[in-house]
Design a protein around this ligand. Structure first.
Ligand SMILES: [Zn+2]
Length: 121
């Protein structure tokens, strides 16, 4: 059995932070306004810098706080078109100022048991 050895410069790490928000929406297949509890995971990936952190804890917390500020207790249809989990995740990922350039976003609804993940390419 051979053991695989990686050079540290070839190892990519991911760090994430999670947040929750509550919001209302309506969709074509569910046209009545209703609410969901959402969970969001912001993920930063890359080669581990000399600081040992892909993002500082302070910046990660600020990113989560900014996303909560944008979406918590809002009517999602007023903010983005067709607020599915996929579109919510895309909306969050595209707001680089708020997310401090997260490379992936996962949005899910724990009580429903579904979700979506988007990443930049
Ligand atoms: Zn819904």
């Amino acid at each position: 059995m051979t053991q695989r050895v990686f050079r540290s410069s070839k190892i990519v790490a991911s760090y994430w932070r999670e947040l929750s928000f509550e919001a209302a929406h309506k969709l074509p297949e569910h046209p009545s306004v209703h609410g969901h509890s959402y969970r969001v995971r912001l993920i930063w990936s890359g080669i581990i810098p000399t600081t040992g952190q892909l993002i500082s804890e302070q910046d990660a917390l600020a990113a989560c706080s900014a996303v909560s500020g944008l979406l918590d207790h809002k009517m999602l249809n007023d903010i983005l078109g067709d607020p599915t989990c996929e579109n919510i995740a895309k909306f969050i990922l595209c707001r680089e100022e708020e997310t401090h350039r997260a490379s992936r976003v996962i949005v899910w609804r724990p009580t429903v048991g579904d979700g979506a993940e988007v990443c930049g390419v």
